[in-house]
Design a protein around this ligand. Structure first.
Ligand SMILES: NC(=O)NCCC(=O)O
Length: 340
């Protein structure tokens, strides 16, 4: 069922009749957000490329003494493209191609800042605790192949790109980190934010691979606003969210990889509470699909050996400081959510 259930949003649309539906939505999601008028061309493109495309606008009262700062944010959730048994370079290239297509669509929707999911150019291998071959997918945050490609995309589309990767710090003994690289719309690496809370829970055996990040709670000034990145497990820690706010963030991204059994009931609450408590926008992105690994693994929890993490449930969404939020993308498909 978990892998087939499309979304809470679709389920209530299907089963709750009006006028109760509007009330349910008001209570669950807050203010009704304006639907963005996306072009027929880009909607058709999304259909052809088989990803969901949705767009919403948060409205605010115009001010008399300051011009409005309207920007569009894109968040992208995706499945891996090739099986984990394919040659590693092919797996990464296929993901690169997929995401370039989706960033192209984001550009057609007028997106200014796009954020991808945690460790996007690879399967989420950290359940395996195997060094080989997976650590070969680590790359330099400054000039690895993924950063270089995203720099090209940033310049091509005049877009800020937040690109979460497995980082190999080549200047410091090849230490690995879970890192989001922030690239400006002129293609410059503005800096990086390293994941600062590392899970060892269920099959999330990430502490086998990297330590808590040492980059603090950085906020990046971009042409489109001040942004920060609170990577995945960091979303369970309210003081973590607080510090990004204290440092001036206006939008905090939460690129994630998480599965139903562990976190799904918490997913709609945590980043939304953070938006309310810290008076900024939060954008949560989760991967989609089930990733199967060649060798069985266990996680010291008495469960029988198995080859997959469970289902990554997507459901990416954006929440605003007034507590309203977009509907989530679906639990089963790739998707691009555009928010103004
Ligand atoms: N990637 C990651 O930190 N996952 C942990 C699971 C969760 O935070 O829900």
């Amino acid at each position: 069922m978990a892998e087939k259930f499309e979304s809470l949003e679709k389920s209530i649309e299907k089963h709750i009749p009006e006028p109760e539906l509007s009330e349910v939505k008001r209570i669950l999601f807050g203010k009704t957000l304006r639907k963005l008028d996306l072009t027929k061309e880009v909607l058709k493109y999304a259909e052809e490329k088989d990803f969901e495309l949705q767009g919403f606008g948060f409205d605010a009262q115009p001010e008399e003494t300051r011009p409005a700062r309207n920007i569009r944010v894109g968040i992208i959730q995706n499945q891996i493209v090739l099986p984990t048994t394919a040659p590693l370079g092919n797996q990464r290239d296929a993901l690169h191609r997929r995401i370039c297509d989706m960033i192209g669509a984001a550009s057609q929707c007028g997106v200014n800042i796009v954020c991808l999911q945690e460790a996007w150019p690879m399967p989420f291998v950290f359940c395996t605790r195997e060094k080989h071959p997976w650590c070969q997918l680590a790359e330099s945050a400054e000039d690895g192949p993924t950063t270089k490609l995203m720099q090209e995309m940033a310049v091509k589309y005049n877009m800020v790109i937040v690109s979460p990767i497995l980082e190999r710090d080549e200047d410091h003994c090849e230490i690995l980190w879970n890192t989001s690289v922030v690239i400006s719309n002129s293609g410059e690496v503005l800096g990086k934010s390293r994941k600062n809370h590392i899970p060892r829970v269920g099959d999330f055996n990430e502490s086998t691979y990297y330590m808590e990040g040492n980059t603090g709670h950085k906020v990046f000034q971009t042409q489109f606003g001040r942004i920060a990145v609170n990577i995945c497990y960091g979303r369970h820690h309210p003081l973590n969210w607080l510090m990004y706010g204290q440092n001036g963030a206006e939008i905090v991204f939460n690129p994630s990889a998480t599965v139903g059994a562990l976190s799904e009931p918490m997913w709609p609450i945590e980043a939304r509470c953070a938006a309310i408590a810290n008076s900024y926008f939060t954008c949560c992105i989760n991967r989609v699909g089930t990733e199967l690994f060649p060798n069985e693994f266990t996680s010291g929890d008495g469960k029988p050996a198995h080859k997959d993490f469970g289902h990554f449930y997507g459901s990416s969404y954006v929440a605003g400081p007034d507590g309203s939020r977009t509907p989530g993308l679906c639990r089963t498909r790739d998707g691009l959510l555009v928010t103004e």
